[in-house]
Design a protein. Sequence first.
Length: 244
Amino acid sequence: MEKISRNQVNEWFKNNQFLMHYQLINELSTLLPNRKPGTYYATLHRLKKEGLIRNVRRGLYEAGSKREFEPAVSKELSGLFKKLRKSFPYLENLCVWNSRWLNEFTVQQALSSMVIIETERGTEESVFEYIKASYSRVFIDPTPKEINNYILGCKKCFVVRSLVTEAPVTSFDNVAIPRLEKILVDLVCEKDLFVSFQGEELRNIYHRALKDYDVSLSTLRRYARRRGKLEEIDKLIVTQGEGM
């Protein structure tokens, strides 16, 4: 695939701050004529991943300088997700992630690994029993006492929770994972579960996430409002992001 430079991308936006999806496709077809349509869509995805363009909202783009958040999905996590999909084909909403993904944002590197499985309300018990058959240290909506006694310091554990409706979720390597916006909000909403990432570490996470990644503030705020934490998260955005 032909490399497209930042200067070439900036040239597209020299007269307009924003371009529509079809306008970018037109620019690509001029730069790379006689290619299959799929080539242009794949190139747009690569430009987003490299931080050369970013979504402002659906179908609208601007020149960017930040990366998309695409964490390393381990074979174990991918395998677990695919097994759950196969065993519970009726589940429309399901996502998985690993707390170790936060290590790139923190000063203290966590040695423990907490795999979070979020599923539709009402299916948590079934998913919990399924995972418990294959793994030890599996918990369902753990209480603060369980977190303190059994999860903190645990080398690897699994936590099953209900997925908030309309939570921002994406797909990477055919595995449904939370968007970075969702993780940032959940750290504030679930202080007991994510106790290791509070205080100064929470500020570090917000600072680095907003500085290095293409975080949609509208998505972040919308989910924060849904979870009743908009005011608290707005303060973190201002002090660690927009106010930098």
